[in-house]
Design a protein. Structure first.
Length: 563
């Protein structure tokens, strides 16, 4: 049984009297009572020697803003650790509340590997845990569902329950902009609320003043992973006027107050320490199985994301097929997806390359047609007859993907329920069979997908390379227009936009687009060019209402110049 515990945090409670520092102090005391030998190390003071010597210890990483990237890497490689999360350091601004529906833009995500490689990420509340689970797609997140208080503070809170209310409305006086004092005061003035400021006094006096308050008005500007203040206010019988930034409001017990809430907190604190001990002793399975702990953590979760159908249609694709198959099977979530290959009666040797993959992977489906199909016909065939995924993506066999392309794209489509199609930036190369990780693009981006979605910006095929969309969108639009040979993807997206569909851009490169001079969309063959231009002209004129009068007048001479 391992009982040596090292806790790493940016500051100790002697330096900063914040909620996380108080938590760390109480946690170490409670672990010591359970027989653990504990050590505290400041993030900035941690050395390589500390990490190497601590490989037999159990590490708890608390606040780590001052932890160097080098030491994060060493911790991941050398020790068993859990992350005790107090904020939301998965995002660069540390505030998921700044983003719609708490969905963090991909370019804002950080520390993903550090969280992923932890034995567990310990969160303070259900909504706090949900942020990590959905944005990082983690299966090692535990909702502790409580903070920690020392016995003296709990006794002080109990002593002040029932104190006479002499202050109708109270507002926390704080220089910490995250606590939202100015926004709270503005709210009070706007709603004719006569408030009094509650100064940041010594703890005993502050609790007494809070207990005298009938209603606490509190509008934090940052997502609060828990909010000790809100819980203490409820214990003391205060009503709350607040916003959606309180993590603790997602806990079922938050509707309690007074002594009932205090006793519930005391019970949950014991449960929290039980979880820590089970983790330290390597016996934790899940918070629902504390009675019968098993040594199987991290536990396996059911797939979080819906199934994705990856559709690739080809004719004369042998040169690119090996690299394409590798870019698909190396996807981080490939096991829960399916690849559908439509051989449009190609006379070349693609099947010989594909066969070993068919033998190895049950989720790859191969179909060869008796006649040469257009891309539009082949995509409709694959979608309507063979695919079983909730999400659809179409990929050219000469393009390449980042290893997390399917994971990132499907995550955003899954989380943003109002969005029907997602697309990402694409790097552009002139050399065939390069990889996303090793290419000569020099950061050059494919032009069409750079803009954010709007109907007007659909003057170009925003979805660009490898968009991902809901099967329901395919059904609603009626599939790809099979009368078109070149511009079917653009027409599909324009029709979707006309019908009110919303697209979302993921603002990081996830695709490597090969500018293939022999491709249908880029060929300089006069016959192909003329057909392409005519199709683009017809689509442009058909969807004038989508791209708008200004765009139509700007580009009509170009599109209509073809005979």
């Amino acid at each position: 049984m391992r009982k040596n515990v090292i806790l790493v945090a940016d500051f100790s409670h002697n330096e900063v009297h914040g909620g996380s520092e108080l938590y760390s102090k109480q946690l170490l005391e409670l672990l010591q009572r359970r027989g653990c030998k504990t050590m505290f190390i400041k993030s900035a003071d941690l050395t390589q020697e500390d990490i190497e010597k601590g490989d037999a210890c159990y590490w708890i990483i608390s606040n780590f803003m001052l932890l160097s990237e080098q030491n994060k890497t060493l911790i991941m490689k050398n020790v068993d650790y859990v992350i005790l999360e107090h904020d939301a350091k998965l995002t660069k601004n540390n505030n998921p509340a700044a983003f719609k529906n708490l969905i963090i833009p991909e370019e804002q995500i950080q520390n993903k590997d550090f969280y992923k490689k932890a034995i567990a990420v310990l969160c303070q509340s259900k909504s706090h845990a949900d942020i990590f689970t959905k944005n990082l797609l983690l299966n090692n997140v535990i909702n502790l569902g409580c903070n920690l208080w020392d016995e003296d503070t709990l006794a002080l809170l109990e002593k002040n329950i029932g104190r006479t209310k002499v202050r109708k409305y109270g507002v926390l006086s704080s220089n910490n902009k995250n606590k939202g004092m100015s926004q709270t005061i503005e709210y009070c003035k706007k709603n004719n609320i006569k408030y009094e400021l509650i100064s940041p006094l010594e703890q005993k006096m502050f609790i007494e003043e809070l207990a005298k308050t009938d209603t606490l008005v509190f509008f934090p500007q940052w997502f609060e992973s828990y909010s000790r203040l809100a819980v203490e206010a409820r214990i003391l019988g205060c009503k709350l006027i607040t916003n959606k930034c309180l993590g603790v409001s997602s806990e079922p017990y938050f509707n309690l107050k007074g002594l009932n809430l205090l006793r519930t907190i005391e019970f949950h604190q014991q449960k929290v320490i039980d979880i820590y001990m089970l983790l330290i002793e390597n016996q934790y399975t899940s918070a629902d199985e504390l009675e019968e702990p098993k040594k199987v953590f991290p536990y396996e979760l059911e797939p979080i994301l819906p199934k994705v159908s990856v559709i690739a249609t080809y004719y004369n694709g042998a040169e690119h097929m090996k690299g394409f198959m590798e870019t698909i099977v190396q996807q981080t979530i490939f096991d829960s997806c399916e690849l559908i290959l439509i051989d449009a009666n190609s006379p070349y040797s693609e099947y010989e390359i594909i066969k070993p993959y068919l033998d190895k992977y049950q989720n790859i489906k191969y179909y060869k047609t008796d006649i040469r199909l257009s891309s539009m016909e082949a995509v409709n065939l694959a979608t309507n007859k063979y695919s079983t995924g909730e999400f659809i993506t179409t990929i050219s066999v000469d393009d390449r993907l980042s290893k997390n392309y399917l994971e990132v794209m499907s995550k955003h489509l899954f989380l943003d329920k109002d969005v029907d199609l997602v697309y990402a930036d694409a790097l552009q190369t002139l050399k065939p069979n390069e990889t996303f990780e090793n290419n000569t693009s020099r950061g050059r981006l494919y032009e069409h997908s750079r803009a954010q979605f709007s109907r007007e910006n659909m003057i170009k095929s925003l979805g660009g390379m490898a968009p991902m969309y809901r099967r329901s969108l395919h059904d609603k639009v009626g599939g790809w227009d099979e009368t078109l040979k070149n511009a079917g993807d653009w027409a599909f997206q324009l029709k979707a936009a006309r019908m009110g569909s919303i697209f979302k851009k993921v603002n990081i490169p996830l695709i490597l687009y090969f500018f293939n001079s022999q491709g249908l969309s880029t060929s300089q063959d006069p016959e192909i060019m003329l057909r392409r231009r005519k199709e683009e002209r017809d689509v442009f004129n058909e969807y004038k209402d989508v791209i708008g009068e200004k765009n139509y007048n700007t580009y009509k001479d170009y599109f209509n110049s073809v005979e």
